[in-house]
Design a protein around this ligand. Sequence first.
Ligand code: NAD
Length: 432
Amino acid sequence: MHIAVIGSGYVGLVTGACFAEFGVDVTCVDVDDQKIERLLNGVMPIYEPGLEHLVAKNTQAGRLRFTTDVRQAVEQALVIFLAVGTPPLPDGSPDLSYVDSAAASVAQYMNGYKVVVTKSTVPIGTGERIRSLINERKKTRANFGVVSNPEFLREGAAINDFMRPDRVVIGSRDEEAIAIMKDLYRPLYLIEAPFVITSLEAAELTKYAANAFLATKVSFINEIANLCDKIGCDVHDVARGIGMDKRIGSKFLHPGPGFGGSCFPKDTRALSSVARQFGNESLIVDAVIEVNRRQSSEMFAKIGKLVGPLEGKKIAVLGLAFKPETDDMREAPAIGIIQHLTESGATVTAYDPVAKDEAVKVLPDISYADDEYDAVAGADALVFVTEWNQFRALDMTRVRDLMKSPKVADLRNIYEPEDMREMGFEYVGVGR
Ligand code: NAD
């Protein structure tokens, strides 16, 4: 089977590479000719463990191609995935212009039956919007099916998440399209991955509901952590105590500086906007967004209390990406924290194992160190923002000796407070 993936970012590239690995013929398309040029030369536009190998292997096998020629890709393909961005507009609703433009390309070059699948996270009703748009613009009498197949991959673990998903959601009212999707995903049927076959609307809402629920867990544990700070008890004990209850589960109960990234902030705002559009209020989701916003202020206050007046202070920041194992800086908590520090008169030297090139684009005015020890040299305080594994076993004696004053704000609770205090650090974590 031939498929096309329109949009070769995180989701499109992983989708394309993984389907090629399943033996499908895949053409990945993008409007960004530089991105395609680099991909043709084997250079990945993002850092994602295992992706480069998978792309190289399947490109060599002739199953994975990259192009800016959307016509050729659409004409060849039976299934066309739309994996373009849906960034937030100022009012929180998603910008659907990229989805519309990708759907318009499908309409323009449709030369026979096609299954048009949204992988992008889109508001409820987008599938029907795509159906109308293609119907209005298609130049042949060719028929087509519309499917919502939301993507649940996590950056940093994207390939495993695609290959061994907790579930695959397929939403459509077109029986033929559903049958083709099942055929495409046959390797996952063989490993007994569960499938949820449902309506377009339910599939679209499932993606927002899943992300909003996970974001709720994060905001919830952050609220409990802030309470632990006041009470003087350890949020990790509380998280373990509740997480062992199978109805709650232990995942996403790690306190920190708040959620960031390309999905949770955008998708919670989008769900709130969708609810308003349907005349409903999303009280819980709105509170989750507000708690997350306040969590940034809690972090500033924590750093301020530790360091005192920030004017003229040198602060080392370890970790910039919104989470480990990615270079994605979209809505990363580090951005707000660093901007606050520099606006308060501090100078910042930061280090991240892979996100420097992306970080420079949003934080051009800070210094970037070559490694952790370079970052902390002469610092008045060290702030851990992303919990990269390599930060978990630093030579903290060396760190202490390199710093001007040994103060640590550990916003990911990487280290044990007692160990740090014994080593002579003034240490604050989150909820400990
Ligand atoms: P991205 O910005 O990394 O990639 C989008 C790509 O689409 C870009 O390369 C862009 O140049 C390209 N593009 C835009 N318009 C195009 C067009 N008309 N034709 C061809 N290419 C076009 O975005 P992403 O992170 O991959 O996210 C894509 C969608 O998937 C979003 O809706 C997002 O919410 C959703 N999603 C993302 C993740 C994630 O972890 N990143 C997970 C699940 C779902």
